[in-house]
Design a protein around this ligand. Sequence first.
Ligand code: PCA
Length: 205
Amino acid sequence: TRLGHPHYDVLMKTVLLTGFEPFGGANTNGSWDAVQLVEREWRGDATLVTACLPVEFGRAGTVLEALITEHSPDLVIATGIAGGRTKVTPERVALNLRDARIPDNAGVQPSDEVAIQGGPDAYFTRLPVRDIVEKMNSAGIPAEISLSAGTYVCNDTMYHLLHLVATQSTIAGFIHVPEAAELSIESSATALRVAIETGLETLPQ
Ligand code: PCA
């Protein structure tokens, strides 16, 4: 048993937090910068696993699925940036739809396709997004619930994630953060910490 503390091992929760690599000609992606900052300063009472996902339809979901199989996280929060938004936006719903305005990083640009053949039209997150938004606001971070993760790779990844955990106890969701020019990486990192803490509180002991 790890550390020789069986009870500790049983009680310790695992959190998987992901960001995305740059896309669309940008040099950085604020979501991954924020995730790395959360990891660097992590003092939480749970094991934190982080990863940077490829901005590629389908493959991001496949990489995420492999991470979930490897680490069996209790809580999964995937993040990406949303150009044009000025608030942190926990996403409520993922759509079974791919419709890309620009090619992904593999040069693929689907229009009006499904994410998963035969999957339901949409999945709602079981992350407590209202509670999370309120706590982000209390921490001084501009935040609001979003009803659309778009129809690009972030929505595709969230849909794969929720499809995967639909039959599991794992709580999962997706949070869009603004570009670093709109909101500092520090503020986005604070928001993600709040989301993790709030998500952990909803898990059964
Ligand atoms: N944002 C894109 C994909 C990767 C990212 O950070 C999106 O919102 O779909």
